[in-house]
Design a protein around this ligand. Sequence first.
Ligand SMILES: [Zn+2]
Length: 168
Amino acid sequence: MGLEQRVERLEQLAAESTEEPEIDPWWQAYYDAFDALLRTLSAEHAGLIIAEEEAKFAHYERTGELYRTSKLYDRFHSLCIAQAQPQERHPRPFALPPAVCDVLIEDPEAEVMQGWSECEDCRLSLPHKKWAGPPHKVESIFDTCPLCGGRVGYYFFSIKEQQRSRVM
Ligand SMILES: [Zn+2]
């Protein structure tokens, strides 16, 4: 390689190294969702999420193993993943209300399965009691939606949606 070419190559490398590292668009959408949802939480709940995010990375760096996250963190993470995907015809609310955070922290029996305990009006999935029986007999922890006041039950949004389309 001649001197001129070498200088050219060095200049090229220097230019490349000052460029921002490219972040995958999906991860960018995930992190945007993460920040947006975090801003809607109470200071206490947001603090728990941030502490767990840091603990998760520190644990992985130290041990190379996955960190066992809490139910609150898992719910937060699933909402961000869903938000980062292309939207469905009836998107679910991108929200983690304080009452839901408290249940996920305090109730060892609480878990969330999409649709099992959902609001008939806004389609928010809410926690239900841990349940191994037939899904439609699952016991909702909330009678009404903490976001909009709608009734809550097994695939209630879809059921009401069917009724709505029959009436029209
Ligand atoms: Zn609702």
